[in-house]
Write a protein that binds this ligand. Structure first.
Ligand code: ADP
Length: 493
């Protein structure tokens, strides 16, 4: 099968969150299964072409925008360790700047930047002589690709038998824009806008557009699929998901265990395996030596870790609401790596200054440190308000780091409550979104820390879980075949 992936992020080149990991993990798996994958992402100013051996090609794409054409040079690299080609769109106007989305508020021209990506992505197929069976678009950034596929490119010889699949990684971000600005640039009439597949609450809504134009729609966990269809977690998209209900399903994200494996991880101080779990402590020791003054390095104190974007979605309020109560009681340490909202960064840094050996705070984005924290901490906290899938808890499980999570979205699908009577389960969950419920769950989880039998059991249960991308890649292929059947296409390979 020929699969053209158009996305705003792809690990390791450009990553803000799980979207990037999923795009690259799926592509690797599809390639290993014998499919042909091409990925298109922007050439952001922060991507190091030297580090990843990304080279300019001779190809300049001419991309129709409004009544004119805009031009972009194609650069080419590969997903490290694979033969999957990745194409990068160079544009001084749109992408050659620091940052991917321009957090926290977003760049004012994001609508136009991603409109360009959505259109240019399809043009890449012609430039590299690729005939896609599937165009796979991700989140609002590339949702308009699906509208283009079904309109301007519908009779294009390269796309006549191409099905469009849209994957929702986070429905909270929908890409609203002014119809009078964006539709003319996209080449769609403004006159028919109200009540159209583009419109929600009087604005162009890229998320709705993707949902309505795609042949099949997926999201990143079965529980999140139910939540966004039936509850306010759908942020207004519920009616459209219901209209498309027969074409919509949740596929649990998978982890790339070649990147996230405690037995081989080059980022961590000491590699370890399930039968050498005691060696995990060497990582904790290394973290303490690095970050804590010598008089307070007791290894027996459990470390509660967090690696997260610092946004309201991630339940940072709950963490801030109870962190001091635990630190004052003296029984735990926290180690938090995150970046995002300034108010959260400030609050965490203040706690870090106040309790320098008990609240270890690292602000910024640091891929290597994220591996180290997941390996060196005892528990991983994810008290998310909502969580489409969440990858961090999946990584934590593989590293024998016990997740304490709110039972929502993919967290509910990947973490099972530990049951001391049967010895089953992999972590600790709570339902009510409150500081009290979160704090009670942390207390419940801490009770097992000093019981070697239970403690080992929970960690081993977690390490034995298999949430590999191999499984989800196969499920995507099934959806792709189903999409092709729907449009009456066939695929030979
Ligand atoms: P989301 O996509 O909502 O951010 P996920 O749990 O699905 O949440 O994915 C988050 C990914 O980003 C994980 O790979 C996690 O390790 C990584 N990550 C989050 N914050 C940071 C950070 N500050 N530094 C390094 N990696 C981070």
């Amino acid at each position: 099968m020929n699969i053209l992936v158009i996305a705003a992020e792809c690990t390791p080149f450009a990553k803000v969150g799980g979207l990037a990991d999923v795009v690259s993990a799926l592509a690797k798996e599809w390639r290993a299964m014998g499919h042909f994958v091409r990925i298109v992402i922007p050439k952001y100013g922060t991507i190091s072409t030297d580090q990843w051996n990304i080279k300019p090609t001779q190809t300049i794409l001419s991309v129709p925008i409004g009544w004119w054409h805009e031009y972009t040079r194609l650069w080419r690299g590969q997903l490290p360790g694979t033969e999957v080609p990745v194409y990068f769109l160079e544009s001084r106007d749109y992408f050659d700047r620091a940052g991917i989305y321009g957090d926290p508020e977003g760049f004012p021209d994001n609508d136009r930047r991603f409109l360009f990506l959505s259109r240019a992505g399809l043009e890449v197929a012609s430039a590299i002589d690729f005939v896609p069976d599937i165009v796979h678009a991700h989140d609002w950034h590339t949702a308009l690709t699906l509208a283009f596929l079904k309109s301007h490119y519908r009779h294009h010889p390269r796309f006549i038998h191409t099905a469009g699949v849209f994957t929702i990684h986070n429905i909270a971000f929908q890409g609203q824009s002014d119809p009078y600005r964006i539709l003319p640039l996209a080449g769609f009439p403004v006159e028919n806008f109200y009540g159209s597949w583009f419109e929600h609450d009087g604005a162009v809504n890229a998320m709705k557009t993707g949902i309505m134009f795609a042949d099949k729609i997926t999201t990143v966990s079965p529980t999140y699929a139910r939540e966004i269809r039936w509850t306010s977690a759908g942020f207004g998209m519920q009616p459209y998901l219901n209209i498309r209900g027969a074409d919509f399903l949740g596929i649990l994200n998978g982890a790339d265990y070649s990147e996230w494996n405690p037995e081989t991880d080059p980022h961590i101080a000491r590699t370890y395996a399930i039968e050498r779990l005691y060696e995990k402590d060497a990582n904790k020791q290394a973290l303490l030596e690095e970050s804590v003054p010598p008089h307070d390095r007791a290894l027996e104190i459990p470390i509660l870790g967090m690696v997260s974007r610092l946004t309201a979605q991630k339940g940072i309020e709950l963490l801030l609401g109870c962190i001091e109560q635990f630190v004052r009681a003296g029984a735990v340490r926290f180690a938090i790596l995150g970046s995002g909202d300034e108010r959260y960064e400030r609050a965490l840094r203040r706690l870090g200054r106040h309790y320098p050996s008990r609240v270890l705070v690292y602000t910024g984005y640091d891929a290597s440190l994220s591996h180290q924290l997941i390996a060196s901490t005892d528990y991983l906290l994810m008290p998310s308000l909502f969580e489409p899938c969440g990858l961090t808890q999946i990584y934590a499980l593989r590293y024998g780091t016990v997740p304490i999570v709110r039972s929502t979205g993919g967290l509910a699908d990947t973490v099972a409550e530990y049951d001391p009577t049967s010895g089953s389960g992999t972590g600790f969950l709570f339902g009510e979104y409150s500081v009290a419920a979160f704090a009670r769950t942390i207390e419940r989880a801490l009770q097992y820390y000093r019981h070697p039998v239970h403690w080992d059991r929970i960690r081993r249960n977690g390490m034995q879980q298999d949430f590999s991308a191999t499984k989800s890649a196969q499920q995507y292929i099934n959806v792709f075949r189903w999409a092709l059947e729907k449009i009456g296409g066939t695929v030979l390979a």
